[in-house]
Design a protein around this ligand. Structure first.
Ligand code: PLP
Length: 277
């Protein structure tokens, strides 16, 4: 069999991987609608927050980030970076954040900030799915399977929507208890023929083990390619495990999607010690 790595981490140094895929059509839509301010949501270490800050700046939008709790992380690498690219940060409690998709909450934000183009957490909307679906257009039809990390599932859905009948879409859930029906972007789940694996989350979102860290550091040592401990490290660990356990038939061509997210390493190391080399 053959394993290929699709390097979406190389799309842009700061708007990496699937975050660019998900922003692309949202930026175009915001522009089309005449908006000058983008507003989005994320945790204190969010790749999406970092990417949106830079994307907004690059294309001349103002950006507001609604950040979940944790005002004490104000100056962590991710949020400092977002601020340095002009994003205004607004910290809300975990309770308020949980209701972030309620129309009343959005109305409150419009009252506070004026006209805003709202991008959901993680870029998880139909335009995000559309952008991610374009990944498949860049791959040859000889590809039999593609694997991606699953956070909101937006990337997974995009791949699934645009895959050929002979192509398998594999999602490696990086959080515990991810359910297909929780996919934040609703889709015709009757046609849901992709596969979501729940065995490689290492205990839950942003959880890790020494084995995972060792794998990430070894991978970089052998290939020179960095993986992040939240998403791509778990995805690649899973793909390697599937390969060694004989999951894929002989002669299969598998693509692992490097969704980027390397900005998260600094914040991870800041919290846990310099684990990721
Ligand atoms: C956000 C992110 C994901 C998760 O993508 P979803 O479309 O939300 O499932 C995967 N990998 C990286 C590096 C990310 O930053």
């Amino acid at each position: 069999m053959q394993l290929l790595l699709k390097r979406d981490d190389l799309i842009h140094p700061d708007i990496s991987g699937n975050k660019w895929r998900k922003l692309k059509h949202n930026l175009a839509e915001a522009h089309r609608l005449g908006h000058t301010t983008l507003l989005t949501f994320g945790g204190a270490f969010s790749n999406h927050i970092a990417a949106t800050a830079v994307g907004a700046q690059l294309f001349g939008f103002k950006a507001i980030g609604i950040i979940r709790g944790e005002a004490h992380y104000q100056s962590n690498p991710t949020l400092s970076f977002a601020k340095s690219h002009g994003m205004l940060l607004d910290f809300v409690s975990r309770e308020a954040y949980a209701a972030k998709d309620d129309p009343q909450f959005i109305e409150m934000l419009v009252a506070k900030y004026g006209a805003i183009y709202v991008i959901p957490e993680g870029g998880a909307n139909e335009l995000g799915v559309l952008g991610c679906s374009e990944i498949m257009d860049e791959l040859p039809e000889s590809v039999d399977a593609i694997a991606t990390a699953i956070g909101t599932g937006t990337t997974f859905l995009g791949l699934l929507k645009n895959s050929k009948p002979h192509q398998q879409t594999l999602g490696i859930a990086v959080l515990k208890g991810f359910e297909a029906f929780e996919l934040s972007v609703r889709h015709d789940l009757d046609e849901f023929d992709g596969k979501i694996l729940h065995t490689y989350h290492f205990g839950g979102y942003a959880k890790y083990t020494a084995e995972l860290i060792q794998f990430i550091n070894d991978f970089k040592g052998h290939t020179g390619i960095a993986l992040d401990p939240i998403y791509t490290g778990k995805m690649m660990y899973g793909v390697f495990d599937l390969i060694t356990s004989g999951y894929f038939a002989k002669g299969t061509t598998v693509v692992a999607l490097h969704t980027g997210g390397l900005q998260g390493i600094a914040g991870f190391n800041e919290r846990h010690g310099q684990l990721v080399l």
